[in-house]
Design a protein around this ligand. Structure first.
Ligand SMILES: [Cu+2]
Length: 438
């Protein structure tokens, strides 16, 4: 009964969104030239700064329409990438390949995953504010469906950049990463049709854009006693940190491992995942991964050195709230949008497709479990064991980002291959560097 109701709703919703985002022509009223007009991707090119200057806030309010702001935009035509490089920008040429594969879930079962490069999450991209990202999405002819790539690090027209790429084709676009943060990238399905299935089956990843001038020193505030009084003990910690990435999402599955859209509408989670795996860092709490088919699947804790600066790039890739909490810990600093939001707080609410950069120093050795402090999430997989100890130790590769190019930012870490990925992808990762994750 529910299946039928939601399938009708979903078709209506998808068609509505698809027609807005990827219809061949926009037919709503636009204020760009002061009169009603139809805007297609071809006519967007003709919007100039001069025509935008003629649009007043009142025009926008009266029509509720879009204004295409081309002034200082992130988008770069592909034939101008070389010129940007010659002018001094670093260019990152990145290729992602869509791959539908079966990946393991606890209990020796498999589910039908959709991935970038055979891993969930997709490879972490790391650049510096002001760099150019030229990204290509390959969709092999063996894929049964088209895919697409929406990069939240870009301020760039969704049409045609995020449009569908059909099997046997590829698509490239370029932009300047102007805003620092830990941004989502994800598949939008085919003109947003199937977007929920593709994303919630694993087609997501993170782009870290480091601030051009690096991260700020971290203020650690504790107390001490002096002459019979309690006084503040403030310490400024160097920006260089042991860095980790934590991406939270959900799986909504039928018993045969296929996607269940009705469960998604109901928020009826089958598994909650951190970096693609439920309980993937929890050998202490659960033995569900002990029968994992490959070494890179087995649960392994994250090791954090005591008394050191730890920086987490946290991203909510799913469609449930993330109440980020460290059991036994507090967050010394929470940054969003390169602005400090809190210092010394217990739980931080991160909505869908939002990030936070969280800085912590652990004062004493022990176990500190990262959770989504929603009990349904915790008990369906959103719990990651961290062990704080005196010395660094190799960490699971899927929890460690690439090293930053900004000086005094990343402390390189030894890693071992740990991923929600195919055996082929795990072998590729083995052959890549053993430092600084994926
Ligand atoms: Cu896709």
């Amino acid at each position: 009964m529910m299946n039928k109701r939601y399938s009708v709703l979903s078709i209506v919703a998808v068609v509505a969104v698809a027609s807005i985002l990827f219809g061949s022509t926009y037919s709503s009223t636009h204020a760009v030239s002061g009169s009603a007009q139809s805007v297609s991707p071809a006519t967007i090119d003709k919007v100039t700064p001069q025509t935008i200057d003629s649009v007043t806030p009142k025009d926008v309010q009266s029509t509720g329409s879009l204004v295409f702001n081309m002034v200082g935009a992130d988008a770069i035509p592909l034939d101008q990438v070389a010129a940007e490089q010659a002018a001094g920008r670093t260019v990152h040429q990145i290729t992602l390949t869509a791959q539908s594969v079966d990946l393991p879930i606890p209990g020796g079962q498999m589910y039908h995953a959709m991935t970038f490069d055979g891993q969930v999450p997709g490879p972490t991209i790391r650049v510096t504010q002001g760099d150019v990202i030229e990204v290509t999405l390959n969709v092999p002819s063996t894929e049964m469906t088209g895919h697409s790539l929406d990069m939240h690090a870009a301020r760039i027209s969704a049409v045609p950049n995020f449009g569908p790429v059909m099997p046997g084709h590829s698509h490239t676009y370029a932009f300047i990463a102007n805003t620092p943060g830990a941004f989502k990238y994800h598949c939008e399905g085919v003109g947003v049709i199937g977007m929920d299935q593709h994303v919630l089956s694993g087609m997501y990843g993170m782009t870290i854009v480091d601030p051009l001038n690096g991260y700020h020193k971290l203020l650690i505030q504790r107390t001490e006693t002096q002459n019979g009084h309690v006084v503040l003990n403030n310490t400024l910690v160097d920006p260089a940190a042991y860095e980790f990435t934590l991406q939270f999402s959900q799986l909504y599955l039928n018993a045969d491992g296929s996607y269940n859209q009705a469960y998604m509408f109901l928020h009826n989670t089958t598994w909650t995942v951190i970096n693609g795996k439920p309980f993937g860092y929890d050998p202490v709490i659960t033995k569900v991964w002990n029968n994992a088919p490959a070494a890179h699947d087995k649960a392994a804790p994250i090791i954090v050195p005591v008394g050191q600066h730890i920086r987490y790039f946290v991203l909510n890739q799913g469609n449930m709230p993330l109440f980020f909490h460290i059991v036994g810990g507090q967050m010394d600093r929470v940054t969003q949008g390169n602005m400090v939001q809190a210092m010394g707080t217990q739980t931080w609410n991160i909505g869908g497709s939002q990030d936070a950069i969280i800085d912590v120093v652990y004062d004493e050795p022990g176990a500190y479990v990262i959770v989504n402090h929603d009990y349904a999430a915790i008990f369906s997989g959103a719990a990651a064991v961290q062990l704080a100890q005196a010395n660094p130790a190799p960490n699971p590769s899927d929890a460690v980002p690439p090293v930053s190019s900004v000086p005094d930012t990343s402390i390189p870490q030894q890693t071992f291959v740990h991923c929600e990925c195919t055996n082929d992808r795990a072998a590729q990762l083995e052959n890549m560097t053993s430092t600084s994750g994926q």
